[in-house]
Design a protein around this ligand. Sequence first.
Ligand code: ADP
Ligand code: MG
Length: 344
Amino acid sequence: MKLSDLGEFGFIERLARYAGTDDPRVICGIGDDCAVIESGRPGKVLLVTTDLLQEGVHFEDATGPPRLLGRKALVTGLSDIAAMGGVPMFFSVSLSVPPDTSVSWVEEVYAGLGERAAASKTALIGGDTTASLKDRSLSVTVIGECPQDEVVYRRNARPGEAIFVTGNPGESAAGLRLLRARAAGGPGAPGASGEESEDFDHLTARHLDPEPRLFAGRRLAADRHASAMIDVSDGVAADLGHILEGSRVGAVLDARLLPVSASLQRACARLALDPVILGLSGGEDYELLFTAPASLDEKALSRSLELAVTRIGRISDGPARLEIRDARDRVISLAGGGFDHFRT
Ligand code: ADP
Ligand code: MG
């Protein structure tokens, strides 16, 4: 059997079976955005998350500079800390690069890591460096902290609750497609009109330099508003699927409610893509997707999180199935559903 037969998530499930632990200091092991472990400090737990960025899969020289790669490498971990409601504290970095890599490339990666570290008050505490034969990879582990009774898991969504998302999912995927199209001389190529080039700058920045939603994640946890939460790394539909499986509930998403920014709408028209499909299945948004009482008002929530929040659906009684309805109340089916490392 090959990994592509299992898929990324089938593989992780299998791993958890073999490598699961009954150590009581592990409050939550494999299966959420971060592991949750005892801190030794009363009332506080540690959060730990690791992410790996691989050349040719997550990044390529043609689409982004190394400083932004460094920024994004830390943000992928910060975003997982945000999705548990925590505060980041420390990080380590492992780097695998061929010997002919220029020193300035590595320095730029670290400059980017340093910028995001300073902005989030997260301290570099170590890492590892090895030579690789060909491609480059960068792995970041972030350690954070959270009051134990405020940690937001994927497993506590309840029927009747509303589903909310921050920002504009799909913009990152549109940005990536624009970068690829530009490399091939398509929309967004130098010399494009003012609006087209503004859209290009905005959407490619969402892909290359996403924001970790740390303030919003912490606030949702401290105010006890979010019952379940995940960050959108694989796409809204796929990541909501993880909440549904974890919580053993179903969900109905109303595709008409999905926020579509003007720049996403225009870029999709130029690329001949459906912005709603991109919003549901595009990955690497690093927005927060969470469930909360249906009585919560999205405007009040947006004010308190200092970030646009949109209600996109509701949690229903199990089974863990996601139903997506379009403007004519027809069920939409998403082939593939989201990003899976072994199936794309
Ligand atoms: P995220 O997208 O939030 O970073 P992933 O989908 O990568 O989360 O991982 C889901 C869960 O599986 C996490 O708990 C993670 O720690 C665990 N996991 C992923 N890959 C491995 C691995 N190779 N070994 C052990 N645990 C893993
Ligand atoms: Mg995550």
